[in-house]
Design a protein around this ligand. Structure first.
Ligand code: UDP
Length: 537
């Protein structure tokens, strides 16, 4: 039985081979193509275009994989229209495969659409059969003879809803920094990719949307507080411990109870996934009379605060063995623990098709190594001093600074007298490409950024950390030889200078970084979630 999986950048070569081999066979159904389409470069462009359209929700490209795991064809859900006129067109290409035309598996509905009241989901017949998608909610015109076709169909929304209700997953996060949101979005994406159309995910910033003042402003308060590391470190230390979190939670509960109960009532869910330490105890207490399945996904790598761990959680996912040991210390039964990794979006696993072309598009030089400087989602830590020190060193490199939401920092840096090629950015949603196009990363020790850098194979210079919370991240990176700890700007300069001038040493640190990467964590967590609610058995 063949199966479908989302198109991946690594499929280019195989697709190019198929396109050339089946050119004649598919010709009756294919539009007129330029010659370049039948070459590797043309396929690279076509795949890149599909992935770009997929990222913006306009299409969903799949490849058909035979039972030996070989890519044998492809199917695209094109022209996806959401809203009242829910529709999509299907563009399959089913080349002859091992002397027969492959019968593809059922198509998933595009994300956010449903197949309505289908007796069965749309299926394709073999070469000579007609398109067999039938159903109340579908209009078909056209036929397929096994080649590519543009069968138009509408999967209109069905007032009675889909026959199998989707499982509702409620993700609890907050924009205190950028890491909790990134992890949440990576898991939602992984659920959609692993189980298309079977989950309905909602994400709630519990601080901002439910908690009373002044906690409501936690996302706004987080950057200024974290600028006073001693205060952060002290509060982390005095509150960390099983007994201490219990006292704090007891004291806070009367004040948070109504908000937590409202949150639960307004967001019915089959399963709750929390990616934030400061919601677990309150929420589980608020729903103690009718508990819902609950998974905590810990988004700190090593130094995990006791607030993460409430034994009432059905499962607790951690990223490292060190975090597992801490969880056991804080009373989580070993059987409820899974060491998987921090969930990171699939896009970080994709290499740039043409790194130089991407750099050129950004206006970066292609002949110099690129130092990427990031301070979390809020441009935190002494980013300005570090940028200035690198500038003073006049290294033979390009400096790319991502200031995140810190607009003041960007304005300050724009006024600096730069002695090296520099490019300044605000908050970007293209972090995977920025990392893929860079040669080393200088960052504060945020767990999300570190995990993404591992996957992108970037060596790390860590210039700052939140005391307590991010201490373990530093020791982990150093222990694994994936990077160095450089708390003074002078030390940052020494480290990047070494890597700029000695590509061999840089390559060794890059390889160490890649070795500890866990690129499949989000997918594994998605399967764990599915398992908990009985999907995909
Ligand atoms: N990030 C981003 N765009 C930016 C800056 C940061 O998407 O311009 C993301 C980054 O890729 C990472 C997250 O924000 O996923 C930062 O998480 P981390 O845990 O490193 O630090 P935090 O901001 O939570 O302290």
């Amino acid at each position: 039985m063949s199966s479908l999986r989302p198109l991946h950048i690594g499929d280019v070569e195989r697709l190019a081979e198929l396109v050339v081999r089946s050119r004649e066979f598919l010709a009756p159904w294919e539009p007129v193509r330029p010659e370049s389409y039948f070459r590797l470069a043309g396929q690279r462009e076509a795949v890149a275009q599909s992935l770009k359209s997929a990222a913006s929700g306009l299409m969903e490209p799949f490849v058909i994989v035979d039972d030996d795991g070989e890519v044998a064809g492809w199917i695209n859900l094109n022209n996806i229209v959401r809203g009242p006129f829910q529709s999509a067109s299907i563009g399959p290409a089913l080349p002859r495969h091992r002397r027969r035309v492959l019968r593809p598996p059922p198509l998933p509905a595009p994300r956010g659409l449903s197949w309505g009241r289908f007796p069965t989901r749309p299926r394709f017949g073999p070469a000579s059969a007609s398109f067999v998608a039938t159903g109340l909610a579908v209009r078909c015109s056209g036929q397929t003879n096994g080649g590519a076709t543009g069968v138009q169909m509408s999967a209109t929304s069905d007032p009675e809803g889909p026959s199998e209700p989707r499982k509702r997953i409620l993700f609890l996060f907050s924009d205190t920094g950028g890491g909790h949101r990134s992890a949440t979005e990576a898991m939602i994406e992984a659920l959609d990719l692993e189980f298309p159309g079977q989950f309905e995910s909602t994400k709630v910033d519990f601080f901002r949307e439910y908690y009373p003042k002044p906690l409501k402003f936690a996302p706004e308060i987080y950057p200024p507080i974290s600028r006073v590391p001693q205060a952060w470190g002290l509060s982390f230390k005095v509150s960390d411990g099983k007994g201490r979190t219990k006292v704090v939670s007891e004291l806070a509960y009367p004040y948070l109870r109504r908000a937590a109960q409202r949150l639960v009532k307004e967001n019915p869910a089959d399963l709750i996934v929390s990616v934030h330490p400061l919601v677990n105890t309150t929420l589980m207490r608020a729903m103690r009379k009718s508990p819902r399945p609950y998974i905590t996904v810990v988004t700190d790598l090593v130094s995990t605060h006791a607030f993460w761990f409430d034994r009432r959680a059905d499962l607790v996912v951690v990223a490292t063995e060190e975090a597992k040991a801490k969880a056991i210390d804080y009373g989580i039964p070993e059987g409820n623990l899974r060491v998987i990794g921090l969930p990171v979006a699939d896009r970080f696993s994709e290499q740039l098709l043409d790194r130089d072309a991407w750099r050129e598009k950004q206006g970066w030089r292609t002949d110099l190594p690129v130092i990427l400087l990031v301070g979390g989602g809020d441009g935190m830590g002494p980013l300005k001093r570090v940028a200035k020190a690198i500038n003073e060193a006049r290294l033979s490199a390009t400096l790319v600074v991502i200031c995140g939401r810190n607009t003041e920092l960007r304005e300050d840096l724009e006024l600096l007298d730069w002695h090296m090629p520099v490019h300044l950015y605000g908050f970007t949603s293209n972090m995977p490409q920025f990392m893929a196009a860079s040669d080393m990363l200088v960052t504060k020790a945020g767990p999300g950024t570190i995990s993404e850098a591992f996957i992108s194979g970037l060596p790390l210079v860590l210039y700052a950390r939140l005391p307590g919370q991010e201490d373990g991240n530093v020791s982990y990176v150093v222990k694994e030889r994936a990077g160095v700890w450089a708390p003074r700007p002078r030390e940052v300069v020494e480290a990047v200078k070494r890597w700029v001038e000695d590509p061999g040493e840089r390559a060794r640190a890059a390889a160490a970084s890649r070795r500890v990467a866990k690129p499949k964590a989000a997918r594994s967590i998605a399967r764990l979630i599915a398992d908990q609610v009985g999907v995909g058995d």
